[in-house]
Design a protein. Structure first.
Length: 349
């Protein structure tokens, strides 16, 4: 199962009028902006860990990713929904059906933490052309819980081939073998390396930070997610991290791309209002070479983006973009926040 790339609002060289800017290399924020205009201790109060990276951010925050792709698996996150999912799993187990599908097996993998349920289509081996050609389809779902009541759901699929257009003689034995194999795979790829992680904890080894949890790995397994972070009493802004969007060879970089996908709502806005590039150019963060582009439009709406060379990760801050009247912050304050937070970005290892 190939991870689906996350689409980011991309940025172009529309800046014929953009001011020339010297490259920034891990400077003190006060060298580039009026950082004294903000409370730097507040903006870097506690560690924040997401995917394979960490930042320092305000401690009062809310964050999440609704969908994750990890090492070929698609993972759905359902906030505050573990208890409801457990009730649903048990109801399906008792009835023997999940909608029109037959419940084949339900297993507790970790008491109160992880469950697995396997279903198959309620098709006839002899009457279904699809079953005769491809086999009987099964779905195996792993459900696990971390620190909070959030439910993580991982879906896997397998088939049992037909024999001469009929159910194989060893159907049930083969079924158990494949279900056992799915459980082993779930344990290897998730549960064996999964642990609860406290809010401000940053592990000192390779792996993936989830909300309330951590999956230890070798640091090389593909991971794609789009994480958004909001902060208490900061209703005009947000921070986003795009993980895993590796650029293909020849694909345009941050400074070469259009600011917004063609026909998008943002592209339509820019055709009317245009935008001004505040700053753009190379910027190295904690040894990670990359580029940044900071833009402003409609008077007081800001989008600030840094992209590591190769595309992974991208970090974006927006100010006032979700409000009709934009933000009340000054440009100096917006830049000061950006130049205080961004230099705290570093890989976890």
């Amino acid at each position: 199962m190939k991870p689906t790339a996350t689409v980011l609002l991309t940025v172009s060289l529309l800046a014929a009028c953009a001011p020339a800017v010297s490259p920034l290399t891990e400077r003190n924020p006060s060298m580039t902006t009026a950082s004294s205009s903000i409370d730097t201790a507040y903006w870097t109060e506690q560690p924040y860990c997401s995917g394979r990276y960490q930042l320092r951010l305000p401690s009062q925050r809310h964050h999440g990713s609704t969908h994750i792709d990890y090492n070929g698996w698609s993972v759905m996150v359902m906030f505050n929904d573990w208890d409801r999912n457990v009730r649903t799993i048990n109801r399906f187990k008792r009835s023997g059906y999940d909608g029109t599908d037959i419940v084949v097996d339900t297993r507790t993998l970790i008491p109160d933490r992880a469950m697995m349920q396997v279903t198959r289509s309620d098709f006839s081996w002899e009457r279904s052309i699809t079953i005769k050609e491809k086999g009987m389809p099964y779905e195996a779902d792993l459900y696990f819980k971390l620190d909070d009541n959030d439910a993580y759901i991982v879906r896997g699929y397998f088939y049992i081939p037909a024999e001469n257009g009929k159910a194989p003689a060893n159907w049930k034995a083969k079924e158990k073998e494949l279900i056992d194999g799915m459980e082993k795979k779930f344990r290897q790829d998730f549960l064996n390396n999964l642990r609860v992680r406290q809010e401000f904890e940053v592990p000192n080894r390779h792996g993936i930070c989830l909300i309330g949890g951590f999956i230890a790995d070798d640091g090389k397994k593909p991971f794609t997610a789009h994480t958004t972070v909001g902060f208490a009493k900061q209703h005009d802004m947000s921070l986003e991290i795009m993980h895993g969007d590796e650029l293909e060879k020849g694909e345009p970089t941050l400074l070469q791309r259009d600011i917004a996908p063609e026909k998008s709502a943002l592209a339509k806005i820019f055709k009317i209002t245009g935008y001004r590039t505040i700053r753009q150019g190379p910027r190295t963060i904690n040894g990670m070479s990359g580029t940044e582009k900071l833009i402003k439009w409609d008077g007081n709406k800001y989008m600030l983006i840094w992209e590591r060379d190769g595309g992974n990760p991208r970090v974006m801050m927006q100010f006032g973009t979700e409000k009709k009247d934009g933000t009340k912050r000054s440009e100096a304050e917006v830049l000061a926040i950006w130049d205080t937070v961004l230099p705290t970005l570093k890989p976890i290892k």
